[in-house]
Design a binder for this molecule. Structure first.
Ligand SMILES: C[S@@+](CC[C@H](N)C(=O)[O-])C[C@H]1O[C@@H](n2cnc3c(N)ncnc32)[C@H](O)[C@@H]1O
Length: 237
């Protein structure tokens, strides 16, 4: 029989767990400007890793409470993944993209040398799938080859994750056309006009994951973490 006291203890445990999960430790790898991060709010403890110091500077301006680390994300992941509850990674996509084959295949293309698909993408998926106890999601483009590990598709992205993402339809314009950085500032709310680094501004812009997709996926991961853990917390209260 569930006594009133037991009910009360269960509720307290549940509240405690709920508060904890509201403040997750999140790792945002290959952070870019923070498109996927934009609607995550300020309750979580977010660590962002980005190699381009200029992109990192702009990210930090938009998310002053995040810890921003200018480092190689691949190396950071292998050394630190156990410290986090949720990991998002958006490794660079050009070597997997259909553009890679297009540029190589065309007779008149300036690029005569084929670029190997960067296997770090799969290294990271395997690492997290095998050893990470939290929830993870790795985002990339839909590649020109059949993905070596099955993935889930949302909009123009493929996601590898240890949970089901379900269906999500943005229903709005999601691709950024043109190379005008101003357009980007109006479309996603990021302004990169004062970027002084070496990457093309339109490329940086096109890299952005739509903020609504980032929020949808984080919410989904949080709901699953709460559901699976609350049962245990209440049981042992
Ligand atoms: C696809 S974009 C990320 C987009 C981001 N998810 C968003 O929604 O804004 C990839 C980013 O990774 C950065 N990058 C590339 N190689 C890196 C590395 N080895 N370590 C960390 N960041 C890297 C690039 O400068 C770029 O900003």
């Amino acid at each position: 029989m569930i006594t009133k006291e037991r009910q009360c203890r269960s509720y307290k445990a549940w509240r405690g767990y709920f508060n904890y999960i509201q403040k997750m430790k999140i790792l945002n790898l290959y952070a870019g400007l923070g498109g996927n991060r934009k609607l995550w709010g300020e309750d979580h403890q977010v660590t962002a890793v980005e190699l381009d110091p200029e992109v990192a500077r702009i990210y930090q301006n938009y998310f002053p409470n995040d810890t921003v680390i200018i480092e190689d994300a691949h190396e950071y992941l292998v050394n630190n993944f156990e410290k986090f509850d949720f990991i998002w990674a958006s490794p660079p996509c050009p070597s997997h993209s259909k553009m890679n084959t297009l540029m190589y295949g065309f007779k008149d293309s300036k690029r005569k040398k084929f670029e190997y698909p960067d296997m770090k993408l799969y290294q990271e998926i395997i690492l997290l799938d095998q050893w990470f106890s939290g929830k993870y999601v790795i985002e990339n483009v839909i590649p020109y080859y059949t993905p070596l590990i099955p993935a889930q598709k949302i909009d123009r992205h493929l996601f590898w994750a240890n949970f089901k993402l379900g269906r999500f339809n943005l229903g709005t314009k999601t691709t950024i056309k043109g190379s005008d950085a101003k357009e980007v500032s109006s479309f996603y709310g990021f302004d990169i006009r004062d970027y002084k680094g070496t990457q093309r501004k339109d490329r940086i812009a096109r890299n952005l994951v739509h903020p609504e997709i980032g929020k949808y996926i984080l919410d989904r991961a949080m709901n699953l973490i709460i559901k699976t853990n609350v049962k245990q917390v209440v049981l042992f209260a």
